[in-house]
Design a protein around this ligand. Structure first.
Ligand SMILES: NC(=O)c1ccc[n+]([C@@H]2O[C@H](COP(=O)([O-])OP(=O)(O)OC[C@H]3O[C@@H](n4cnc5c(N)ncnc54)[C@H](O)[C@@H]3O)[C@@H](O)[C@H]2O)c1
Length: 379
């Protein structure tokens, strides 16, 4: 399939996403363009198949660069500052420079750790991202959010740092385990909704293509989602305005994720799975916080459609847990909602579907509604 590109600019810096099934030539061009010293640290996720890691390793090696390889542990608990320091140590003891390159081949966890390392090492080294899960492909590989978790606070320590190049490596898609593939779709659904595109025609009508991993459809939907994401962050990297809408579902998703990680077990839910439940939760909240009957009806239609799509994609629309811990989960989720990083007063903010059909950032008016939402979605 032909290589497809998205070029974008942030201030005066150029960035590029390439959708390709062969990275060698492209990486070579990229290394020349950024005038790197051709010294590369390849950080790769421990669960990617050896064949794929070797493919990338040899494609990087073919550029004539000196390659160092380091396996990175997956799971959200490893998205921590100790791992960042260990990698920084490695770079320093092997005399990497500002013109060396860090290539990350991994999911959102490896990507976030790598982005933060790249931002910190000598105040910024070249960073190339080759995302390896669907969540990373359609969401975390761009936008520059570089952070690690700290003391059960998601993404507490971080900054913004953008990969100069992102390679969407097509060969990954058909080998990706089902969970790491499907759990990326809630972020796609989110982008389609906030961009006011038709979810029914774009996703619901194409469920079979999604399930059988149709190459042409995947290329279309991945590039479409990345273009939407760019549109929302390009003029608001630091998240004061339009970019906030990319957080649709995330006030609740982060609280559910942090709670289940703490009370049940780490990585009980993939980030994307929590986002699916979070989208439904924030639509319920929109309904509770509004009186307009037409809007309430519209929200119900949306909830039904999204829940149906999630079910077809084998994704949860509710949090199903043992009845013995239900109360504990709900009360921890409630507390956790107040850790929302979008908060500008004592009240958390969320993304609300408004009368006009637009999504807008809103403070939660009635805090009792938070519990009502959790009682609806925790079963
Ligand atoms: N920076 C951002 O803008 C942003 C956006 C969304 C999510 N995130 C972060 O991303 C993380 C979630 O990302 P994720 O869902 O990719 O999680 P992840 O990186 O933990 O990957 C999920 C699982 O898939 C495995 N894996 C990765 N690639 C694989 C492959 N090709 N084959 C087989 N197994 C593979 C990993 O080892 C892990 O077990 C969260 O920490 C979240 O906060 C960041």
């Amino acid at each position: 399939m032909p290589i497809e590109k998205i070029n974008y600019k942030i201030n005066s810096d150029n960035f590029c996403i390439l959708y390709t099934d062969k990275v060698e030539d492209q990486i070579n061009k990229a290394l020349n363009l950024i005038n790197s010293d051709k010294k590369i640290l390849l950080l790769y996720d421990e669960n990617i198949s050896n064949n794929l890691v070797s493919d990338i390793f040899y494609e990087l090696k073919a550029t004539g660069s000196k390659i160092y390889k380091k396996k990175i542990k997956s799971k959200k608990k490893n998205k921590n500052i100790d791992n960042v320091l260990k990698i920084l140590d490695f770079l320093q003891s092997n005399n990497f420079t500002k013109r060396s390159v860090l290539v990350c081949f991994g999911g959102g966890v490896a990507g976030d750790v790598s982005a933060l390392v790249s931002a910190l090492y000598m105040r910024g080294m070249f960073f190339i991202n080759i995302p390896s899960t669907m969540t990373a492909i359609v969401d975390s590989c761009i936008g520059g959010k570089a952070a690690v978790n700290y003391k059960n606070n998601i993404n507490l320590i971080g900054t913004y740092y953008h990969p100069k190049f992102v390679f969407i490596y097509e060969k990954i898609l058909n080998k990706l385990p089902e969970r790491e593939y499907l759990s990326g779709f809630p972020e796609i659904i989110k982008c389609i909704l906030i961009n006011k595109n038709n979810l029914k025609s774009i996703i619901d009508k194409n469920i079979n293509k999604i399930l059988r991993r149709d190459k042409i459809f995947l290329k279309y939907i991945i590039m479409k989602t990345l273009k939407i994401k760019i549109k929302f962050f390009i003029n608001d990297v630091y998240e004061n305005n339009k970019r906030l809408l990319l957080n649709f579902g995330h006030t609740f998703a982060h609280s559910i994720e942090a709670t289940t990680d703490k009370i049940i077990k780490g990585d009980f839910l993939r980030h994307g799975e929590a986002v699916g439940i979070g989208i439904i939760s924030e639509l319920y909240l929109s309904k509770l916080e509004n009186k307009n009957k037409k809007l309430k009806k519209n929200i119900d239609i949306n909830i039904n459609l999204i829940a149906k799509i999630l079910e077809k994609l084998k994704l949860p629309s509710k949090l199903l847990i043992s009845k013995y811990i239900k109360q504990q989960i709900i009360s921890e989720c409630y507390t956790s909602v107040f850790k929302d990083k979008k908060k500008i007063s004592t009240r958390p903010r969320y993304i609300m579907l408004s009368n006009s059909g637009d999504y807008i950032v809103k403070e939660i008016k009635n805090l009792d509604n938070i519990n009502l939402v959790f009682h609806k979605i925790v079963n």
